[in-house]
Design a protein around this ligand. Structure first.
Ligand SMILES: *[C@@H]1O[C@H](CO)[C@@H](O)[C@H](O)[C@H]1NC(C)=O
Ligand SMILES: *[C@@H]1O[C@H](CO)[C@@H](O)[C@H](O)[C@H]1NC(C)=O
Ligand SMILES: *[C@@H]1O[C@H](CO)[C@@H](O)[C@H](O)[C@H]1NC(C)=O
Ligand SMILES: *[C@@H]1O[C@H](CO)[C@@H](O)[C@H](O)[C@H]1NC(C)=O
Length: 355
């Protein structure tokens, strides 16, 4: 108890600090909920969280969604770090907003991924909570109930995830749902590009949904099937968005366009596409001014040809090799009754880190 209240007080002080430093990063400061301990959002309450005035208002009107907002943010941050764990940019976060540092405003495809995954995380967490019957404002998808095909031996049943409410909330909370970014005319601005990528993230939840069925009938004969629509696990959404990130498209910033008007091509942008303004740096060397950590000291894989391979990850600078002793439980045997007896096995492994 003692420890807990102390932790909360420290968080409050931190939050005060955050709020006073807020104006610059206000709209995305809620992402801080993704790096702070679970349950912190509820303990601090709407008034003490680093939210924009509009988000605070929404939070006050729908306080029951606060745990889901935090769940969604944590889910998204963890997924970003998992998807990028082998890359030079590894989605590292700071404990203060903007938690993604310079990357949140650099206008690169990394920025695009962050906005998409955070918006998707919110849809996922809110929808999950709807499906579990925790909310009065939403529930399972009732539109399907009663439907199906008797001839083909299946019908809708169980709880189909109803993503509309979560999608609505994610738009309202993150974008204010003011304009429809994918239909903005005449190009993107820093604001509408973030909205576009957030929307692409929400669309990813829709795109990765699937239908699950369960069989009924004598001894699993599957004479009758009950089916329901379900969201994909968030890892699947993460890898879908990672593919989108790899195929993301550069667009021009309308607010900075001055003289080269004729050169601008106005190719329509698909609402599922991730888009960015600026080419990414190579993330090789530390650059404090731009908040780039560099890859020195990162662990690499000497035999991998992928991004985690020493050659690519270390940008050709070479690597150091250390021998690490690894102690494991091994040759475990069950001893009657009732415990497991193991030996301790030691192995020496090479570990490589970038110079
Ligand atoms: C990312 O890499 C840096 C070193 O460049 C390391 O300090 C940090 O822990 C890594 N972050 C994650 C989330 O893996
Ligand atoms: C729904 O409520 C139950 C009981 O309060 C809780 O254990 C569970 O984590 C909640 N689920 C979600 C997704 O919020
Ligand atoms: C934005 O426009 C697209 C295409 O017209 C439409 O499919 C989508 O539902 C719209 N989104 C919102 C938030 O109105
Ligand atoms: C290194 O990469 C190789 C080839 O991709 C893989 O088989 C191996 O498991 C990796 N080693 C580690 C320690 O990740």
């Amino acid at each position: 108890m003692e420890v807990r209240s102390c932790g909360v007080r420290r968080m409050c002080t931190l939050t005060l600090l955050l709020v006073s430093a807020c104006p610059l990063c206000c709209r995305s400061s809620w992402m801080w909920l993704g790096v702070t301990s679970a349950g912190a959002a509820e303990q601090l309450g709407c008034a003490n969280l680093p939210l924009s005035p509009r988000q605070r208002d929404l939070c006050r009107r729908k306080p029951f969604l606060l745990p889901s907002v935090q769940d969604g943010a944590r889910l998204a941050v963890a997924e970003c770090q998992s998807q990028f764990r082998h890359e030079r940019w590894n989605c590292s976060t700071a404990e203060q907003p903007p938690v993604f540092g310079h990357e949140l405003s650099s206008g690169t495809k990394e920025t695009a991924f962050i906005y998409a995954v955070m918006a998707a995380g919110l849809v996922h967490a809110v929808t999950r909570s709807c499906s579990q019957g925790n909310m009065t404002e939403c529930g399972c998808d009732a539109r399907l109930r009663g439907g199906g095909s008797a001839a083909e031996g299946w019908h809708w049943g169980g709880c189909s995830d109803h993503i509309q409410y979560g999608t609505w909330f994610s738009r309202k909370f993150i974008d204010g749902a003011a304009t429809n970014a994918s239909t903005v005319r005449g190009g993107f601005t820093p604001n509408t590009i973030n909205q576009h990528n957030s929307e692409a993230g929400r669309q990813a939840i829709d795109r990765t949904m699937s239908t699950d069925c369960r069989c009924h009938g004598v001894s699993g004969s599957c004479a009758v099937k009950t089916c329901w629509r379900t969201m994909a696990a968030f890892e699947r959404v993460g890898s879908y968005l990672k593919e989108r990130y790899e195929r993301s498209v550069q667009v021009s910033d309308r607010s900075r366009r001055k003289t080269r008007r004729k050169e601008q091509r106005r190719l329509p942008v698909d609402k599922h596409q991730l888009i960015f303004f600026n080419k990414s740096p190579n993330y090789c060397l530390e650059d404090r001014r731009r908040g780039i950590a560099g890859t020195r000291g990162r662990r690499c894989n000497r035999t991998s040809a992928g991004p985690d391979g020493c050659n690519l990850l270390c940008c050709g600078r070479g690597y150091n090799t250390h021998v690490v002793r690894h102690v494991q439980r091994c040759e475990c045997k069950f001893v009657w009754c009732c415990y497991v007896r193991c030996r301790r096995c030691e192995s020496m492994n090479d570990m490589h880190t970038c110079k």
